[in-house]
Design a protein around this ligand. Structure first.
Ligand SMILES: [Zn+2]
Ligand SMILES: [Zn+2]
Length: 97
């Protein structure tokens, strides 16, 4: 009886180990990347822009998002809005031509 249970436990553990390996080595597309903060990178929204966006690296496959993440998009959008406000807008329409 007990041996039967032990055998079952062994089987279950072997299966768990197999799944863990599959998750660790499996395609991140299927299981999702395990993003870790790698550092910052220039957002590159403009020549005078000093924005930096967080860059993540996948702990499993080593893939890099190069700042292509929601936070980065947010920072770029904020920067774009600031530059739009700061830039001299020429909305006056001169009559004639
Ligand atoms: Zn990955
Ligand atoms: Zn910027």
């Amino acid at each position: 009886m007990a041996q039967n249970l032990l055998a079952q436990l062994e089987q279950a553990e072997a299966e768990a180990a197999r799944l863990r390996r599959a998750i660790a080595q499996g395609p991140c597309r299927e299981y999702g990347h395990d993003w870790c903060l790698h550092g910052g990178a220039n957002a590159g929204c403009g020549p005078d822009c000093g924005c930096s966006v967080p860059v993540h690296i996948c702990a499993k496959c080593g893939d890099c998002d190069y700042g292509d993440n929601p936070e980065g998009a947010d920072i770029r959008a904020t920067c774009a809005a600031l530059h739009r406000d700061a830039a001299p807008t020429d909305t006056t329409v001169s009559p004639g031509g």
